[in-house]
Design a protein around this ligand. Structure first.
Ligand SMILES: NC(=O)c1ccc[n+]([C@@H]2O[C@H](COP(=O)([O-])OP(=O)(O)OC[C@H]3O[C@@H](n4cnc5c(N)ncnc54)[C@H](O)[C@@H]3O)[C@@H](O)[C@H]2O)c1
Length: 259
C-alpha cells in the first residue's frame, strides 16, 4: 500500500537529475502516484529531462513542454493533462528563474524593472496561473504545493530579487488557500534548505551559504533532496488533510536558530 495509491497529478520543474522536482517525482511514484511532467520547452531541456527520468526508472510518457510565462502554453499543457488524466489530485510547482546577473551579493539595489518583472512572473505569478487551471481539474479537491526558500523572510546575500519573488509566492499560497479551501483544495509551500541544483548555482555566494547552513543547523547537517520529496508526499497525501496555507521548513532546522 502506497500513501499516494490512486492519486494522479502534475509536476512542473524537472530540469535535470539534480532538480528538486525529480526527487518529488521519485517519492511520489514510490508511493503509488501517477505523474505527468511539464518542462521548460527546448530540445536540450527535453533530452536532459528524459535522461533524468530514465536514470530513476520513471516513465517519460506524457511529457509536456510548458513555458510558464505564456498563458497559451499553460492552456495547452492543462488541456493535454485533462486529455490524459481527466481529473488530478495534486500539482507541484517547482519552478523559478531570475537572471544570474541580478543574483550578485550587494547588487539588489541595482535590479532593473524588467528583471524584477520576469523573476516575479516566472517564480510567483506562475503558481496563481497554474492553480487557476488546476482547480477545474480537481472536482474532488486536491493538493497544490510550491517550493520556496528562507530568503523570502530574511535577507540572504545574493538571493536578491528571488527573495522578493519567494515572498510573493508564499503570499499567493495563503490567498489561494483561502479561495480554494471551499473546494477541498489545499495549497502549501515547502521551504527547502540549500541544495546544489542548476537554479541554486546561479545565486552569488551559494557555496559559502551552504557551508554556513551545514554548520549552523540543529541537525548538524544540510538536508538531502529526498527529504523534500518525503514532505511533498505528506502534503499530497491524506496525512495532511487538515493542513493548508502553510509553509513547511525542510531545512534541518536552520530557520529556528538565532546565533
Ligand atoms: N536548490 C535550492 O537550494 C532550493 C532551495 C529552496 C527552494 N528551491 C526552489 O525549488 C524550486 C526548484 O528549483 P531547483 O533547485 O530544483 O532547480 P532547477 O533548476 O532544477 O529547477 C528550476 C526549474 O524551473 C524551470 N523554469 C525556469 N523558467 C521556466 C519557465 N519560464 N517555464 C517553465 N519552467 C521554467 C527550469 O526549467 C527548471 O526545471 C524552485 O522554485 C527553487 O527556487 C530551491
Amino acid at each position: 500500500m502506497g500513501l499516494l495509491d490512486g492519486k494522479k497529478g502534475l509536476i512542473f520543474g524537472i530540469a535535470n537529475d539534480r532538480s528538486i522536482a525529480l526527487h518529488v517525482a521519485k517519492s511520489f511514484t514510490a508511493e503509488g502516484a501517477v505523474c505527468g511532467y511539464a518542462y521548460m520547452p527546448g530540445d536540450k531541456n527535453l533530452h536532459r529531462v528524459k535522461k533524468a527520468l530514465e536514470a530513476e526508472n520513471l516513465s517519460d510518457s506524457g511529457l509536456m513542454a510548458c513555458d510558464v510565462c505564456s498563458d497559451e502554453s499553460l492552456d495547452a499543457t492543462f488541456a493535454a493533462a485533462r486529455e490524459r488524466f481527466d481529473s488530478i489530485d495534486f500539482l507541484v510547482h517547482s519552478v523559478a528563474y531570475a537572471e544570474r546577473a541580478h543574483l550578485k551579493i550587494g547588487k539588489f539595489v541595482d535590479t532593473p524593472r524588467d528583471a524584477f518583472a520576469q523573476a516575479l512572473d516566472i517564480s510567483a505569478y506562475s503558481l496563481l496561473a497554474m492553480a487557476n487551471r488546476a482547480k477545474e481539474m480537481m472536482p474532488h479537491g486536491g493538493s497544490i504545493m510550491a517550493m520556496t526558500y528562507y530568503g523570502s523572510q530574511k535577507v540572504i546575500p545574493g538571493y536578491n530579487v528571488m527573495g522578493v519573488a519567494k515572498a510573493a509566492l508564499e503570499a499567493i499560497t495563503r490567498y489561494l488557500a483561502v479561495e480554494l479551501g471551499p473546494r477541498g483544495i489545499r495549497v502549501n509551500t515547502i521551504s527547502a534548505g540549500p541544495l546544489r541544483t542548476l537554479s541554486a548555482m546561479a545565486v552569488g555566494g551559494i557555496e559559502e551559504m551552504m557551508e554556513i547552513c551545514t554548520n549552523k543547523t540543529p541537525l548538524g547537517r544540510n538536508i538531502e533532496p529526498g527529504e523534500v520529496g518525503k514532505t511533498a508526499v505528506y502534503l499530497a497525501s491524506d496525512l495532511s488533510s487538515g493542513v493548508t496555507g502553510e509553509n513547511i521548513f525542510v531545512d534541518a532546522g536552520y530557520n529556528i536558530v538565532g546565533v
